[in-house]
Design a protein around this ligand. Structure first.
Ligand SMILES: [Zn+2]
Length: 477
């Protein structure tokens, strides 16, 4: 009797033989296609991929922010009323030149420093002055439209609470420091954010820049506790969460052009570019520098594109469809970083729109290479100054809206209140300081001053006391 084992072995041998035969018989490339030249067997050198020129879109990319755009920036009425110069009485002691009449029925409404206002003392001994419009005989307080209007809390307290939030202490921490209820702090933040948004819009428009750096940074919030997940895990988890902080800045003047919070999506990239386009002068198309996030291309094209009619390739047939192409003056380069095991391995550059020479020419004016270093430095400041964006914090931040308010506060504080070391200019003559300190040789400058938006360093108090007029005032009147 032959054992089963024998048959198994026989089967195994047959299988091995079949494999060998198949390997020998199977047509291999080298046998069936004789190569004209004996190729060296060394691995082929990596092909250098030439990026294809951008072919253009057949449809104009849709921007949600453009579709839902609010009314255009209010323009001053074409005919301003005549200036009022007081003829009678003694010289005015109180400067009312930064105020305007709020009465919608008054011809002088919204005109700042038109001479129609007169100080009227402090009603019932309150801290704020009352102003009188001599045209409409309307009375209003000098805090109308600011966070201080109708508040019984001390001005100093409100200013310090907001300053603490701007410096990066969380809402609960600030509430403990000043022994105020956390909900009160939140309420003040909400009101201040609304006012500061108007403040930003009032000053930040028609800005001319050579370069814009764009970046997104993630914020750990609520459900994701710091320390429990790695950075990459957090990124994956947060990819869908609306907790990415988007920043656009002018690296030359360190000016923050836009700052927002949302998903890491095309719609959000478009929204940020939309905001940048709103801040920049209409004919200003700067050099954009971003990381390798792919959606920036479409987002930039949405706002810096035009229809181009491609040339006919053949004499007959229908004309080729028009293409949505980048504006000829638009320059866009990406800085692509390869990170392995949380270590930076390689940094490469890719010019997407325009030429490398043109991009380098813009950068050479500052003695720079293609980089996104400045925006990354700003990201660090944001982490320090906006409590909700910091890595190891669990602050009272009611989701996206709460974070947006803190970012609005930081936006104004950074642009108008914080002098930047690299922007300071030497004084013509050194100023002596009080006491024994050395003489002052430098004039501190904020990004807003460097960009020519204002001529002085604002304090948070003056920012919060500023009554934003309803339309931009004509210059030099
Ligand atoms: Zn009036």
């Amino acid at each position: 009797m032959v054992s089963d084992l024998f048959f198994y072995q026989l089967g195994l041998i047959a299988l091995v033989w079949l494999c060998c035969m198949l390997h020998w018989v199977w047509p291999s490339d080298s046998l069936t296609v004789p190569s004209p030249l004996p190729q060296p067997t060394s691995p082929q050198p990596k092909r250098h991929r030439e990026p294809k020129p951008f072919a253009g879109f057949t449809t104009k990319p849709h921007c949600d922010a453009c579709a839902h755009a609010t009314a255009p920036r209010p323009q001053a009425p074409s005919a301003p009323p005549p200036h009022i110069v007081p003829m009678r009485g003694r010289r005015r002691q109180v400067d009312t030149s930064r105020h305007f009449c709020p009465n919608p029925d008054c011809a002088y409404r919204g005109w700042v420093g038109w001479g129609n206002l007169r100080a009227n003392g402090h009603p019932s001994g309150g801290p704020w002055r009352q102003l009188l419009c001599v045209v409409c005989r309307g009375y209003f307080l000098e805090t109308l439209g600011t966070i201080f209007h109708g508040k019984r809390a001390a001005v100093d307290l409100i200013v310090r609470v907001i300053a603490c939030l701007a410096e990066g202490l969380g809402i609960r921490g600030t509430a403990r420091v000043f022994e105020v209820d956390a909900n009160t702090v939140l309420q003040w933040l909400v009101e201040a954010a609304e006012q500061l948004r108007a403040f930003s819009q009032h000053f930040l428009h028609d800005v001319r820049v050579q370069q814009v750096q764009l970046d997104e940074l993630f914020a750990l919030l609520g459900a994701v506790k710091a320390g429990e997940v790695s950075e990459t895990e957090a990124i994956e988890r947060l990819e869908r969460c609306p907790h990415w902080v988007w920043v656009a800045m002018d690296p030359e003047r360190k000016l923050l052009l836009a700052i927002d919070v949302g998903n890491r999506t095309l719609a959000m990239a478009q929204r940020v570019v939309h905001q940048v386009a709103q801040v920049l002068a209409p004919d200003c198309a700067p050099l954009f520098l971003t990381d390798g996030f792919r959606e920036y291309l479409t987002a930039l094209l949405t706002h810096y594109g035009q229809w181009v009619q491609p040339a006919r390739r053949r004499a007959q047939g229908p004309a080729p469809k028009p293409r949505w192409m980048p504006l000829p003056q638009l320059l866009y380069a990406q800085v692509i970083k390869t990170v392995r095991r949380r270590r930076l391995v390689r940094v490469s550059h890719r010019v997407v729109f325009g030429t490398l020479e043109a991009a380098q020419q813009v950068l050479a004016a500052c003695g720079w290479q293609i980089n996104t270093a400045f925006i990354e430095r700003v990201n660090l400041s944001i982490r320090q100054h906006v409590a909700a964006v910091g890595r190891r914090v669990t602050t009272l931040c009611k989701g996206e809206a709460g974070m947006r308010q803190q970012l609005v506060l930081y936006h104004v504080y950074y642009n108008f209140c914080l002098p930047h070391a690299s922007l300071r200019v030497p004084l013509a003559a050194p100023l002596p300081t009080n006491g024994t300190g050395s003489v002052t040789q430098w004039q501190p400058r904020t990004p807003a001053m460097a960009a020519g938006l204002t001529d002085h360093v604002w304090t948070l108090r003056t920012v919060l006391l500023f009554r934003v007029p309803p339309w931009p005032q004509p210059a030099g009147v």
